[in-house]
Write a protein that binds this ligand. Structure first.
Ligand SMILES: *[C@@H]1O[C@H](CO)[C@@H](O)[C@H](O)[C@H]1NC(C)=O
Length: 194
């Protein structure tokens, strides 16, 4: 099964036949899926409700007992290290990151999945606290594919893999705050695969 499956595929075929009204079709579908989701979630527990955000995306808060400059340098170095497809030679998705812009306050990048070529936009906002000895990172990953509803935790892994690869998950004071509500399929994510 693809990592952006079924429901989205149906809608993508549906809208492809709509020709020049494609944009209007997309909005209608987005509206429709929102209504379906709201209705389902009001009437009980369905799989659709537990799927988290409507669009495949992920938001994570991280905290470190490190200056933001150290966090910034570690993340940018890791994004550059996983630039080419070669680091995915044995599988996984720890490759094809592309740095878009970087400052000590804000890092923006893209991640492309090696097989399906789905593009996700990721960013990290870094804010110092405790007189510059600590850093709070607000991270976000969003699938560019407008109809992606499920992602097998890909958006979470896009962010987490950089944290782990750079060694930041072992850094002093490391703390992560997120949930299935904030991140599509977070609890079932296997970042070795995705
Ligand atoms: C994640 O996937 C890998 C590779 O298929 C597997 O070896 C590992 O056991 C999985 N981890 C979890 C927690 O399911």
């Amino acid at each position: 099964m693809s990592s952006h499956c079924c429901l989205p595929l149906f809608f993508s075929n549906f809208c492809a036949t709509a020709g020049q009204q494609l944009q209007a079709c997309r909005y209608s579908v987005l509206f429709l899926t929102t209504m379906v989701k709201v209705t389902y979630c009001e009437t009980g527990t369905s799989e659709l409700c537990s799927a988290g955000p409507l669009h495949a995306q992920c938001k994570v808060e991280w905290y470190f007992s490190l200056p933001c400059r150290s966090v910034y340098e570690a993340l940018v170095a890791q994004i550059k290290k996983w630039r080419t497809v070669s680091t995915c030679a044995t599988g996984g998705e720890k490759c094809l990151y592309k740095l878009q812009s970087a400052s000590v306050h804000f890092i923006s990048a893209k991640h492309t999945t090696p097989v399906k070529k789905y593009v996700d936009d990721i960013n990290f906002r870094l804010v110092s606290y405790g007189f510059f000895t600590h850093c709070h990172v607000s991270a976000m990953s969003v699938s560019e594919t407008w109809y992606a509803v499920t992602d097998h935790g890909t958006n979470y892994c896009n962010l987490y893999n950089l944290m782990e690869g750079s060694g930041l998950t072992e850094a002093p004071g490391y703390k992560e705050i997120t949930s299935d509500f904030l991140c599509t399929q977070r609890s079932s994510a296997n970042c070795t695969v995705y």
